[in-house]
Design a protein around this ligand. Structure first.
Ligand code: DGJ
Length: 731
């Protein structure tokens, strides 16, 4: 489990404080190979942010830099701004004390630095001498990845309980003349749509108050371009960040009167004043960010490298290609249907069969989405032989076997709903709102956590070797409230999200090797909090390859290709009705974790042959998808093409994907894509893959990296939904 590597920290050094020129400030540099966050302690003990950006050779040079006047005048922005004192902006921390007062003024007490391999952790302790509140700020600096992850531990050192009204994970001050914010919103089958704006003074907030993250949510991530009015791929300074939290979140961007931008990321305070008893500590989730001086491309590569090495469960591991039963069979199948799909999957060279929704519940059989959720026993009317029979059949054919669950939810039509009405998220006296005919189970309740853990555990016992679980979650919280929490309703949203993590931690202890997909009616719960436990995401219920260009492009700005499940479905499918050629669908799906989600028996012989070719070649180069560096060549949001490539770390191999999204006037000629990330001094043999009709004159030949990056790589993609994939290998 790579992400846990940094947990066993070795204490290496204490208090690496660098006295600045005047000795008035203690400078605390948090550095990675190419970037630095420079913090300092003023003579009055306030911890300030001096710089975030490129690494600076001598952090001591910062004495007196902030005000530009003298070291005695003014103050820099607080590194963790609190309500009170002279600070009047958006606070990271806002506390209401037992006497009703709101002032918190934190002063530096100590700091220590420790190193564990690639990760250098700086822990800074701040204390309020009046209220005795203590805050520890942790900054984990991932050296090679140029990523910093920060979180706070807030301890009530006083004798009376306090209430945390805002408790952000961190504050990041940026300094530029102009800021362009890119963020992501979505709807069902329309996740991760890029949105952007030049920020003006005051505060822009991106927030979710939906409890469970499903597809209608914003994503807890962003990119800020400095001194620019748009996000650019290869030039300009870009800060990209994400909050590792699967519950309600709040990202705020406040541009103050001196034009500085304070980025705060944390749990949303919405209905969540958090009571902290005397002596109690609250730990916030991680806020991670990276700085790139070379546009969004480098920012993504930094985040992706961090994700593969530390942030994603099983990151960098190659997950199997698969056939999922959902769009091919929906709720209507028998054992025979499943066995024939397994036969087809095996004969096409796929590596796993996943049985989706519809296999369970007897008294209220799951024959549609209106019944059965909560009753996790096999529906023997559909599969009389049991799951083991189907799983063994798949295993005998050389396939892995996976199965779907949606353990956080319950249909009113179920034995569970009748047995445990108190387990449902609800507010007394209100009619319970149904969405997709279901209610949400109250995961703030430890008994429900046990039950949900038990569903996973029980499902894993249905056959000796279940290799993969698809964990679904198909609605947001409404009528929020918990019978279990009684008068402590303010804890609901936080403890719901912590409840999921409690369950995931337990099941990862027992099932470290099971591949678990995070699905939330598609790509809803896509965040680095969930990805600590999940191997991959169901990127979207929208399997239409055209829409996927937009969803996958934007998802991949923040999250690596290794987590993006991407399936080939039939056309027109139930989402968009677009009719794209099978080759286009394969070429799109092959740029993530490839799968299929259709009834293979409906493919023609010619289509089957193409499918076989695409699957075979994908398996030969897919390590590039899972571990390579992404270079985006054309954005679907900006033009008529989408193109990207993945390059091996040693630059010896690459795969290039090119897609035409709109008919091109033939007089214009073929579009030229400039490849990227290659070694200009090496030569690469270029081979077109997934060939239907060869579309580049240079395929099968060797070309200089320099030519491919600066010259004329111009596959003929003229018709809407033309596409081409190329494999490059250095000679
Ligand atoms: C929503 C998921 O996103 C789909 O892939 C499928 O698993 C359905 N739920 C099943 O109900």
């Amino acid at each position: 489990m790579k992400y846990l590597r940094h947990c066993g920290l070795v204490l290496l050094a204490l208090a690496l404080a660098v006295p600045a020129a005047s000795a008035r400030k203690t400078v605390i540099p948090v550095e990675t190979e190419h970037t630095a966050l420079i913090l300092s302690v003023r003579e009055n003990g306030v911890l300030e942010t001096l710089h975030y950006g490129n690494r600076i050779a001598d952090p001591k040079a910062f004495g007196g830099f902030v005000t530009g006047l003298s070291e005695d005048n003014g103050s820099g922005p607080m590194a963790y701004p609190t309500t009170g004192g002279r600070y009047l902006g958006e606070p990271a921390l806002h506390v209401r004390y037992a006497d009703g007062y709101h002032n918190t003024e934190l002063v530096y007490a100590a700091h220590q630095v420790r190193r564990n391999g690639d990760v250098v952790t700086t822990e800074i302790t701040l204390k309020d001498p009046v209220t005795l509140l203590e805050v520890k700020l942790f900054y984990e600096a991932y050296q090679k990845e140029d990523v910093i992850s920060t979180h706070a531990e807030i301890r009530n050192g006083g004798r009376q309980p306090v209430e945390l009204l805002n408790y952000a994970s961190g504050s990041l001050y940026l300094d530029a003349d102009q800021y362009h914010l890119t963020h992501f919103h979505g709807g069902w089958a329309d996740e991760m749509q890029m949105d952007g704006e030049v920020l003006t003074h005051d505060t822009k907030v991106i927030e979710s108050r939906r409890g469970t993250q499903v597809t209608q949510c914003n994503n807890p991530s962003f990119l800020v371009s400095l001194n620019a009015d748009r996000l650019q791929e290869n030039v300009g300074e870009v800060v990209a960040g994400a909050l590792a939290w699967s519950g309600n979140f709040r990202l705020s961007f406040e541009m103050d009167e001196s034009n500085r931008l304070n980025v705060l990321a944390g749990i949303s305070p919405f209905a969540s004043a958090y009571k902290l008893a005397a002596g109690q500590t609250f730990a916030t989730p991680d806020f991670l960010y990276t700085f790139s001086g070379r546009g969004a491309g480098q920012a993504s590569r930094n985040l992706h490298a961090w994700a593969r090495n530390f942030g994603v469960y099983g990151g960098g591991q190659i997950n199997p290609t698969l056939l999922n039963s959902w769009e091919g069979a929906y709720f209507t199948f028998t054992t025979e249907t499943l066995l024939r799909m397994i036969d087809d999957a095996a004969s096409m060279g796929l590596e796993m069969f996943v049985l989706d929704d519809g296999w369970f519940a007897k008294d209220y059989p799951r024959n549609g989405d209106d019944a059965g959720l909560g009753d996790w026993e096999v529906n023997t009317a559909k599969i009389p032989e049991g799951i083991d029979f189907v799983a063994s059949y798949a295993h005998d054919k050389g396939l892995k076997f996976g199965i779907w669950i949606e353990p956080e939810m319950v249909n009113p039509q179920s034995n569970l709903a009748h047995a445990h009405p108190d387990w449902v998220v609800q507010s007394p006296g209100r009619e319970l709102y149904q969405s997709r005919n279901q209610w949400v189970l109250d995961l703030s309740n430890p008994a429900v956590q046990d039950f949900v853990y038990g569903i996973f555990d029980k499902t894993m016992q249905l056959a000796p070797n279940i290799d993969y679980i698809k964990w679904d979650c198909n609605r947001t919280v409404a009528d929020f409230g918990s019978k279990y929490l009684g008068k402590d309703q303010d804890r609901f949203f936080v403890e719901y999200a912590q409840g999921i993590y409690n369950v995931m931690r337990r099941l990862r202890t027992k099932y470290p090797d099971t591949i678990v997909q995070c699905c939330s009616s598609g790509g809803g719960r896509v965040d680095y909090g969930a990805l600590k436990y999940f191997n991959e995401i169901w990127t979207s219920d929208n399997t239409d390859a055209f829409t996927r260009a937009y969803i996958q492009y934007a998802t991949n700005l923040i999250y690596p290709a290794c987590v993006m499940a991407s399936h080939v479905s039939a056309v027109p499918n139930h989402q968009t009705g677009n009719v794209t050629p099978l080759k286009f669908r394969f070429d799109m799906a092959c740029s993530g974790r490839l799968g299929m989600e259709l009834q293979p028996k409906n493919l023609t012989e010619r289509e089957r042959a193409l499918a076989d070719r695409c699957i075979r070649s994908y398996k030969q180069y897919r390590d590039l998808v899972f571990t390579g560096d992404v270079y985006r060549l054309a954005s679907p949001y900006e033009g008529d093409y989408y193109a990207l490539m993945y390059v091996s770390q040693d630059q010896s191999r690459a795969v290039v994907y090119t897609y035409c999204l709109k008919y091109q006037n033939r007089a214009v000629g073929a579009h030229v894509f400039r490849l990227d990330g290659l070694d200009p001094a090496r030569s690469y043999r270029v081979t077109e893959l997934n060939v239907d009709r060869s579309c580049w004159w240079g395929s099968g030949r060797t070309h200089a990296g320099d030519f491919l990056m600066n010259g004329g790589f111009n596959p003929v993609l003229l018709k809407t939904f033309d596409s081409a994939v190329f494999y490059l290998e250095a000679e």
